[in-house]
Design a protein around this ligand. Structure first.
Ligand code: FES
Length: 192
């Protein structure tokens, strides 16, 4: 099943272009941010204990679509193959800064869990998760999985690193977060 059919929408009201990218299949109440957090835009805890490998969550936080993907070993293995194909493999771009703790090939704290803001760095559309490898409409035949921006065709790999020679100038942004335990994160904070 393609990733677009495995999204768990936590919040409604995500921008319409995100809605086309993510089909709601379940609503996880335990992950729902509190009203206060939604109103104030403060840090929110997100429980990942029910997130299965290869699946992802989309939630709206501070008006931005946040994706959390639990990457499989196969997904992580693609990052070695895209390393030389992406424009900024270690996320050194200072105009779209990536936290120093995510300036690695997998762009996360734990390689398995990938948290990022699904906003294209070109003109702000919401790229669509296209996790199934292989030939398919709108993608090269050697596609390994990642995100495709529907607006002008920018492509990103499984760490939301933009490929070379795309309209988008930079990798998609990684927000602050930290792990509270093995399967729970706090989105919006990162204490070193
Ligand atoms: S907004 Fe994504 S490619 Fe233009």
């Amino acid at each position: 099943m393609d990733a677009t059919r495995r999204t768990w929408m936590i919040a409604t009201g995500v921008a319409s272009c995100v809605g086309t990218a993510a089909t709601a299949t379940a609503f996880l109440e335990s992950m729902e941010p509190s009203n206060e957090a939604q109103v104030n835009g403060g840090p929110i805890p997100v429980d990942l204990s029910r997130l299965q490998p290869g699946h992802h969550i989309v939630l709206l936080w501070r008006g931005q679509p946040i994706w959390i993907v639990r990457r499989t070993p196969q997904m992580l293995a693609t990052l070695k193959r895209t390393q030389d194909l992406v424009a900024d493999p270690l996320s050194r771009n200072t105009q779209y800064p990536t936290p120093t703790w995510a300036q690695n090939a997998w762009r996360s704290i734990k390689p398995e869990y990938f948290v990022f803001i699904d906003i294209c760095t070109h003109l702000g559309c919401a790229p669509i998760g296209r996790f199934t490898p292989g030939p398919q409409p709108g993608l090269p035949n050697d596609w390994l999985g990642g995100w495709l921006c529907p607006c002008h065709g920018s492509r990103y790999d499984m760490a939301a690193r933009v490929f070379k020679n795309m309209p988008a100038p930079a990798n998609m942004i990684v927000p602050d977060y930290e792990f509270l335990n093995d399967t729970k994160i706090m989105l919006g904070t990162h204490r070193l």
